[in-house]
Unconditional design. Structure first.
Length: 372
């Protein structure tokens, strides 16, 4: 049975991104339960970039949000968040845009991250120029080697930031996106190993009289591992888990959240015997995974993708199943392997409930600029 089946699709322009409200609500409630309450969560908004999703989370008690762009941060401010973290190092006009956001929303706690003295200098200059105090977290490299300073070197940067004018250093940001082991026990062991170092650093800085108000831990795969740490000032920052996708649903049996998003497409051609073409080209679904694993097709089996171009995705039926190719105009439901980069391919999200399209939500922060 197809849990994503829509009753009326004749007027839907394809490809289209669809969120299923019931699944989104269920996933959010499960995440809150895992976390031990909404106050423990500091979720990332980069998967959905949508003010309506953020408001739905706020209605369930989540008040703090993490962002990848200043536009996402502005979206969270407009929606009425209590605290917003820009989890991206400053570059170009980023720091100036953040101080402008701080001045526009003085009642909201806004934070940036740093992992080197250059970042500190950038934020300090922006703070002095704008006349505001900038709150910062030190970004720790947990082993992903993408951003961050090692825990061994983080103390020196933290102390330096604590002495900087117009800067308030107040915590640690610890993202371990490389923790993707499907074996929960192994993932837990490795998360525990990294967290011991983080909490030792926090104790060391606190013993020196420095304030380490909070520590933000993890992403989606490591979320259930970090959720065992219930110390004061510890937050968890999963992102994709609320919407979920085929990759996480397949790999992590300890995270039983269903994918809440699909891309619906149509069969537009039969270019040869056993071949069928969908209108979900590269402009309709992300291509950061190999072609044979970019999406799971719901209700269409025994086929293999053979060509993926801008507007077309061609599949070949397996030997013996050629005559079962779906007919032209058939609606096909695709669960993306990676939902996050699919979001920016669409200006809006169709919202389904009880098999009907009931609403349409703008992808508010799809662009990198809203007003600032």
């Amino acid at each position: 049975m197809n849990p994503y089946l829509l009753k009326h699709t004749n007027t839907i322009i394809t490809p289209a991104l669809v969120y299923y409200r019931e699944i989104l609500n269920s996933n959010t409630e499960q995440v809150i339960k895992y976390a031990g309450g909404p106050g423990r969560l500091w979720p990332h908004v980069k998967t959905h970039k949508c003010a309506e999703v953020l408001k739905m989370q706020m209605e369930k008690g989540i008040r703090c949000f993490k962002c990848a762009t200043v536009a996402e941060a502005e979206m969270a401010c407009i929606a009425g968040a209590e605290a917003v973290l820009l989890a991206m190092p400053p570059a170009g006009p980023t720091a100036a845009r953040m101080t402008a956001l701080m001045k526009a929303y003085p009642h909201i706690r806004l934070y940036g991250i740093i992992d080197c003295e250059e970042h500190l200098d950038i934020y300090r200059s922006a703070a002095l120029e704008s006349g505001v105090e900038v709150s910062l977290l030190v970004d720790i490299n947990m082993g992903m080697d993408r951003t961050g300073v090692s825990a061994a070197q983080a103390g020196a940067l933290y102390r330096k930031a604590a002495k900087a004018s117009n800067i308030r250093i107040c915590g640690l940001h610890c993202y371990d996106g490389h923790r993707r082991e499907s074996d929960m026990s192994l993932r837990q062991q490795l998360v525990d190993q990294g967290n011991r170092e983080i909490f030792a650093l926090r104790e060391e800085l606190t013993a020196e009289g420095l304030s380490v108000d909070f520590v933000i831990l993890g992403g989606t795969p490591s979320f259930p591992c970090h959720a065992r740490y219930r110390a004061e000032g510890v937050y968890y920052s999963p992102g994709t888990i609320f919407v979920n996708d085929n990759s996480y649903a397949t790999l992590y049996q300890d995270l039983p959240m269903m994918p809440a998003a699909v891309i619906i497409s149509r069969v537009v051609s039969h270019p040869g015997f056993g071949l069928f073409t969908l209108d979900a080209g590269c402009k309709g679904i992300s291509t950061d995974y190999p072609m044979n694993s970019r999406a799971a097709l719901i209700g269409v089996e025994h086929c293999t993708p053979v060509l993926h171009s801008e507007e077309h995705w061609v599949f070949r039926m397996d030997t013996g199943y050629e005559a079962q190719a779906p007919v032209v105009n058939t609606v096909v439901y695709l669960i993306p392997q990676h939902i996050c980069p699919c979001t920016v391919l669409y200006p809006s999200i169709l919202v389904a409930e009880q098999g009907e399209i009931v609403d349409e939500w703008d992808i508010t922060a799809r662009d990198r600029k809203i007003s600032l």
